[in-house]
Design a binder for this molecule. Structure first.
Ligand code: ACO
Length: 327
């Protein structure tokens, strides 16, 4: 496999902000409860005219501009989401057309909060095989469209946003992709799901009345699985490459809950100052969390050339993923 690098990173969130104080007026909750139990202070919410492809396009354009390249050079688009514009055609098609990526193929990748890590792994192999030169991996989710804003146990957690990485061949022996470990554990499927809207339970008046087109979850089951497996898969990946947690310069985890992230870092033995946490301002943007956090790490100087960076995520399914890259 040839060397593969992340050559550009873009991120975009909608301007409207929903604070904990706003949520206090909508459901029976408090700013203190949300901050203490989740670490979230505010999240961005898309206005009705903004859909997943719009946020994805903005993030992708920022990445392409940063790299100084055009959409015509893109060979493939991997659009990671659980909130596509439509069931079909894929949101990747919409992005390909609007971006003007005339030579690209692509697809939507659905692995909930692990989608972006799975997308990175896939892109690394497309480019690493020598068959592709520029692959866009975009994580974009408009979670506010599938959240029940009368359910206090879920509506405080999520926000909307998008981020994009451009993946290209790296210099041989230079920084780039080191390895991955991804897995499915479908036995956890009931713990976090949107029950209706698919072929198992197509939309009817009853499914709408029963609020089955929204996210349903067993919060504690998800919490426990995420802490355990996100830590384990990260240490398994490090060990497979003869690396130690102390070698990691920056861990950029999926942002689901501040307590999940810190407990996972503690289990791994990675000090908190080596973990990027920005959930306070964005909430859980599902596929958007890792690229949005990476953009922040670059902008704040926390990610430097040569750093070993660990991306890790757990999502509905359950899905679990970790990637190691040398920046
Ligand atoms: N405000 C006030 N009280 C609340 C709220 C709220 N927003 N939400 C729940 N509560 C109440 C509950 O009703 C419960 O009350 P009770 O004891 O009277 O029954 C009490 O708080 C404790 O509820 P728990 O569910 O035990 O609270 P917990 O500490 O587990 O926190 C939370 C709940 C934040 C949902 C947590 O379990 C969690 O973050 N789980 C992970 C969920 C997640 O991230 N899912 C989405 C993505 S998947 C992924 O990204 C990994």
């Amino acid at each position: 496999m040839r060397n593969v690098k992340i050559s550009a990173v873009g991120a975009w969130v909608p301007p409207r902000v929903l604070t904990n104080a706003d949520l206090e007026k909508m459901v029976d909750t408090t700013n203190e409860w949300i901050l203490e139990r989740t670490g979230i202070r505010e999240r961005h919410i898309a206005d009705p005219e903004i859909a997943t492809s719009d946020m994805a396009l903005n993030a992708a354009r920022i990445a392409l501009e940063e790299r100084g390249t055009t959409a015509e050079d893109v060979d493939a688009i991997i659009l990671c989401t659980v909130t596509p514009d439509h069931m079909f055609p894929s949101t990747a098609c919409i992005i390909q057309h609007k971006l003007g990526a005339k030579h690209a193929w692509g697809f939507d990748l659905v692995a909930a909060c692990s989608s972006f890590v799975y997308g990175l792994t896939t892109a690394a192999h497309l480019v690493g095989s020598g068959s592709h030169k520029k692959v866009l991996v975009i994580g974009s989710d408009t979670m506010s469209r599938i959240i029940d804003y009368t359910d206090r146990s879920t509506c405080v957690l999520f926000g909307d946003g998008a981020g994009a990485f451009l993946i290209e061949p790296g210099e041989e022996g230079g920084p780039g992709f080191i390895g991955f470990r991804n897995e499915l554990d479908g036995s956890g499927g009931e713990a976090l799901k949107m029950p209706a809207g698919g072929s198992r339970m197509p939309p009817t008046h009853e499914t709408i009345d029963q609020r089955l087109h929204f996210v349903h979850q067993e919060g504690q089951a998800v919490f426990k699985f995420a802490v355990r497996r996100m830590g384990e898969i990260s240490s398994e990946l490090l060990a497979a490459h003869n690396l130690k947690p102390s070698d990691v310069k920056l861990m950029i985890p999926h942002q689901a809950n501040r307590r999940i992230i810190l407990a996972c870092a503690d289990r791994l033995g990675i000090p908190h100052d080596k973990v990027l946490i920005n959930i306070e301002r964005y909430g859980n943007t599902t596929s958007g969390t890792i690229p949005i956090a990476t953009r922040e790490a670059i902008d704040t100087g926390r990610l430097q050339k040569g750093d070993l960076v660990l991306f890790a995520a757990v999502g509905a399914g359950f899905t679990v993923g970790a990637n190691l890259w040398r920046w």
